[in-house]
Design a protein around this ligand. Structure first.
Ligand code: PLP
Length: 404
């Protein structure tokens, strides 16, 4: 079923060489590579299906509209959402969180109200709330983390007050790899009548997400991190919530009627999709989700867990190795430092060996402060990586270590 050699052939870029070395791409947390079928879908879309959607009576416009709405249904099925009205296409995770931060705080928050986030959030789940905090004088409450990189759940429960209006958390940390106990997080919030937004950017490529089963109120992710194109992402919201939220942006598509006296907004999901949507991107994202479905998310998860275990064991054999994020519930992200070697030096020399890893704060500066470091090297794996590539990484790190 899970034949890695066949899978790798689906991703032409994996055959590239960098500085005459075979590419070892371990920066999947930042963005994943695209299988041929996704790239072909984009090409085919522009060559055979391109016309602006929703407003056209002509054949091509209707075909493009059907493809876009079909893509919405594919996302609905992928997340097991109750209705396709609950699927809003955005530019990505960041835009989806900004949408909720803006619309939710406009409708439901006033001065003194609070949003709970955590110390392990990506900037995209911090800054949108800070912008609203400055506008509306609302406050962020932050769940701290344990030394292993888990959320302090007791503190989480203690952070709720009568001013708490929303919990907004990463499903999986992009630095620590921690898979947060989202079921418990949601149950605790719902006991108090508080909705929950989950940032699924690092979760959907690796674990099965069922929004109805989780009973999550909002769920967001980016297409480019799950083998889809850049510039397209998803906001899932329960219909009962989305119905109550005001639009985020105004323009075409999101209206039912407009006059200078009064504008009536369109129904869901169009109310939140102002302007021409990325209908080529949505169909290519659907193709990526179908690709993941064909391989099977459980098979992917099992394979990636094997890679994670192997890589962790091998890395720990290296002298001076420090891994950040040792939760018992981890996804395939490993952040590390070796001795006193600066993460940039490590990243730059590994690059010369053909190995792509990420270095720095990973858009999680508050987490770096909590860990008392400036940055890390991060290796993040995807379904097409291999143990051989991990061996190359280990040899590379060892080489760098000996140089310093
Ligand atoms: N949230 C998490 C956990 C991430 O890892 C990222 C990207 O690295 C984002 C949000 C932002 O995603 P995007 O830049 O695709 O909007």
């Amino acid at each position: 079923m899970f034949d890695i050699d066949t899978i790798r052939k689906d991703f032409p870029i994996l055959g590239e060489t960098i500085y005459n070395k075979p590419l070892v791409y371990l920066d999947n947390g930042a963005t994943t590579q695209k299988p041929r079928c996704v790239v072909e879908k984009i090409e085919q879309g522009y060559y055979t299906l391109n016309a602006n959607i929703h407003r056209g009576v002509h054949y091509l416009s209707q075909k493009a509209t059907e493809a876009h709405e079909e893509a919405r249904k594919t996302v609905q099925t992928f997340l097991n959402a109750h209705s396709s009205n609950e699927i809003i296409f955005t530019r990505g995770t960041t835009e989806a969180i900004n949408l909720i931060a803006s619309s939710f705080s406009d409708e439901f928050m006033e001065a003194g109200d609070e949003v709970i986030v955590s110390a392990m959030e990506h900037h995209s789940n911090i800054v949108p709330w800070q912008i609203q905090a400055a506008r509306k004088n609302i406050a962020l409450k932050v769940i701290p983390i344990t030394s292993k990189g888990d959320l302090c759940m007791d503190t989480y429960k203690a952070l709720f007050s009568e001013r708490t209006k929303l919990v907004s958390l990463a499903h999986v940390s992009n630095v620590l790899g921690t898979v947060n106990p989202v079921r418990e997080i949601i149950e605790e919030a719902h006991k108090r009548g508080i909705p929950v937004l989950l940032d699924g950017a690092q979760a959907v490529p690796h674990i099965k997400v069922d929004v109805q089963d989780l009973d999550v109120d909002f769920y967001v992710f980016s297409g480019h991190k799950i083998y889809g194109p850049t510039g397209i992402g998803v906001l899932y919201g329960k219909e009962e919530w989305l119905d109550k939220l005001p639009p985020y942006q105004g323009g075409g598509e999101m209206i039912a009627s407009v006059s200078f006296e009064k504008t009536v907004f369109n129904e869901l999901p169009f109310k939140f999709e102002a302007g021409t949507p990325d209908y080529i991107g949505s169909t290519a994202l659907a193709e990526a989700l179908n690709y993941v479905n064909r391989l099977g998310i459980t098979h992917i998860a099992n394979y990636e867990n094997e890679l994670l275990e192997y890589a962790t064991t091998r890395l720990m054999e290296i002298e001076g190795m420090r891994i950040f994020g040792e939760s018992d519930h981890k996804s395939c992200v490993i952040s590390f430092l070796v001795g006193n070697i600066h993460h940039y030096d490590m990243g730059m020399i590994l690059d010369r060996l053909g190995i792509a890893v990420r270095t720095g704060h990973h858009c999680a500066e508050p987490l770096m402060h909590a860990l008392g470091i400036e940055g890390t090297v991060r290796a993040s794996f995807a379904l097409y990586n291999t143990k051989n590539e991990i061996n190359t990484l280990i040899e590379g790190i060892d080489r760098v270590r000996k140089m310093f």
